[in-house]
Write a protein that binds this ligand. Structure first.
Ligand SMILES: Cc1ncc(COP(=O)(O)O)c(C=O)c1O
Length: 355
């Protein structure tokens, strides 16, 4: 399959005020679109003007949610280079998510190369201000016009780009998190460890309730015992307790965050003791009561690292030590953003430069 390029007649105006980018509302001039159907297999791949997709109202994805997606970012280094962070890991995760949702395979190498080409074409859309980046959203949807429950044969695989500011309105200020004890997001054997839209749809109710009560995010507990900490809305979670960095294990119910994996590698490299192990909400509360909960933060592509101000669990509050961002949290933030922006040497081989 050859990657076509379909040029626009006129280019859009780029945002002039980078302090007002927000998140995910502005889209660039072009997108990548690939198409598959039963007769021809994968037969179309083009970087074409950003625009609407043509879909039957019967399209499978609209009824049965056969959809997976990814989220990663392109950065502009201070010396003007265009950098991506571990893009092959996002594409690998997309492949795994698609497998879990019974979707037909695609050529991951081709997709990665097409992504590089799209970024090459759209590099002027990467904002320059601190904390900004170009958010990359690959999505894969089953589109057969068939109202029946079956795996799709027809697909769109596409990538859109959005210049974004800081994820949280308050920037890096600590966020308050509501510990959700009524609803669950994921159970063993389910889809919690994959990036499918359905996981997010089922979490909206709890997020809305949390927002109404002044919380930025929800902390999910395990779906069986409602006891073990899993992850936050769109972040993995870390605690520093008695000098040790603790994060829940990848047991099939939480997303294998690429930021999570990067932080674990950086922590080990710094000589910090890291444990990927189950931690219950009671244990967290006890650690807080003992004065041992030194720091807590979420990790994810959108926010990089987000310190937690407090957790509210029923009528109890759990407040990580110190105020503002913990010292270790800050070191992770500085190291990770430094590598992503090409300021700190990338000894892990995570950064891909687009020439
Ligand atoms: C549910 C969930 N957990 C964790 C993460 C963090 O993953 P990553 O670090 O790969 O962005 C995300 C964000 O994509 C997410 O949606």
């Amino acid at each position: 399959m050859k990657l076509e390029f379909i040029q626009r007649q006129t280019l859009k105006d780029k945002p002039t005020d980078e302090s007002k980018l927000g998140f995910g509302r502005i889209f660039t001039d072009y997108m990548l679109l690939m198409k598959r159907n039963a007769e021809k297999g994968w037969h179309y791949a083009a970087i074409e003007p950003y625009g609407e997709l043509s879909l039957s109202p019967a399209a499978l994805v609209l009824h049965y949610a056969q959809e997976v997606f990814e989220g990663l970012k392109a950065y502009r280094s201070p010396d003007g280079r265009t950098l991506l962070f571990r893009p092959w890991d996002n594409i690998k995760r997309l492949v795994l998510s698609a497998e879990r949702m019974s979707m037909r395979p695609f050529d991951a190498e081709f997709l990665l190369e097409a992504l590089y080409e799209l970024i090459r074409i759209e590099r002027d859309w990467i904002p320059k201000a601190q904390g900004t980046s170009l958010y990359i959203r690959p999505a894969y949807i089953g589109i057969d016009p068939y109202v029946g429950i079956a795996s799709a044969e027809d697909y769109y695989l596409y990538i859109i780009l959005s210049p974004v500011g800081a994820y949280y309105a308050k920037g890096l200020a600590p966020v308050d998190i509501y510990v959700q004890t009524e609803y669950v997001r994921s159970v063993k054997g389910g889809t919690g460890s994959h990036k499918t839209g359905a996981n997010y749809a089922i979490s909206l109710k709890a997020s809305e309730l949390a927002h109404k009560n002044g919380f930025s995010q929800v902390l999910w507990l395990d779906g069986r015992e409602n006891r073990y900490i899993e992850e936050v809305g769109s972040m993995n979670i870390f605690f520093k307790i008695d000098g040790e960095l603790i994060t829940p294990p990848l047991g099939g119910t939480i997303l294998a965050g690429i930021t999570r994996d990067s932080i674990i590698a950086i922590a080990k490299d710094m000589g910090v003791k890291v444990s990927e192990r189950q931690i219950s909400i009671d244990e967290l509360y006890d650690a807080y009561k003992r004065g041992s909960l030194e720091e807590a933060f979420g990790s994810g592509t959108a926010c990089v690292v987000s310190p937690v101000g407090k957790f509210v669990w029923g009528d109890k509050e759990i407040i990580p030590g110190g105020s503002g961002m913990g010292e270790l949290t800050k070191r992770f933030y500085d190291t990770l953003t430094g590598i992503q922006l090409g300021i700190i040497e990338d000894k892990f081989g995570w950064v891909k430069q687009i020439d």
